[in-house]
Design a protein around this ligand. Structure first.
Ligand SMILES: N[C@@H](CCC(=O)N[C@@H](CS)C(=O)NCC(=O)O)C(=O)O
Length: 200
């Protein structure tokens, strides 16, 4: 597999996922600060011209949550997803899509101070409700699905880490802060962080 990636970007989520999965992969630096994402060859992989993206033989995947789900299936020995048919698949998919569909929009709302039409019209409802929902979701612990750490924790854990520790837009409520500490304490997270810090 080839991970198309740039340091200090949303591609961190896919980078952490690759380190959790433990399958061999190659990192390809796409220098988004110099416009490399606009090259036709990369555009053929991700028409949105954004990192991360992943290729695997003839397969191409973009969107962080989709990459995390793909890699969990591709590297089953890492046990990063509940098996097909398990009732836990419901919440697993819920949290993967929640990260992409609700957290991303809620953070944009917070960053920009955008005025919402109302919480019924906004698909993510509101920044406050997204954080309340996450706060409740991480309380049973240790992970979103209980004892099993999954690709959904990579997406939600990375986003909460950005929100609390990097951008400081999320209040470090005790349960959220403890969950993020469990995530950032994982050896795979720390390997990914070291790779990210080292840059291209
Ligand atoms: N929805 C995408 C967002 C990816 C994204 O926004 N990537 C940014 C870096 S943080 C990017 O590649 N920006 C370069 C550009 O748009 O020119 C995902 O979740 O993977």
């Amino acid at each position: 597999m080839k991970l198309y990636w740039a340091p200090q970007s949303r591609a961190f989520r896919a980078l952490w996922m690759m380190e959790e999965a433990g399958c061999p992969y190659e990192r390809v630096h796409v220098d988004i600060r110099k416009g490399a994402q606009n090259a036709p060859a990369f555009r053929a992989i991700n028409p949105m011209m954004k990192v991360p993206a992943l290729t695997d033989g003839e397969a191409a995947v973009a969107e962080s949550a989709a990459i995390c789900a793909y890699v969990a299936e591709r590297c089953p020995e890492a046990d990063l997803a509940p098996p097909l048919g398990s009732p836990k698949r419901g919440r697993y998919l819920h949290w993967l899509f929640f990260a992409a569909g609700c957290i991303e929009a809620a953070y944009t709302e917070k960053f920009t101070g955008a005025k919402l039409p109302n919480t019924s019209q906004a698909g993510w409802s509101s920044f406050e409700r997204v954080i309340d929902v996450l706060d409740a979701a991480v309380q049973p612990g240790p992970w979103l699905l209980g004892e099993q750490f999954t690709a959904a924790d990579v997406m939600i854990g990375a986003d909460l880490n950005y929100g609390i520790n990097v951008f400081k837009i999320v209040e470090p409520r005790p349960a959220l802060a403890a969950y993020v500490a469990r995530c950032t304490g994982r050896p795979a997270f720390q390997r990914a962080q070291a790779i990210d810090a080292a840059g291209a």
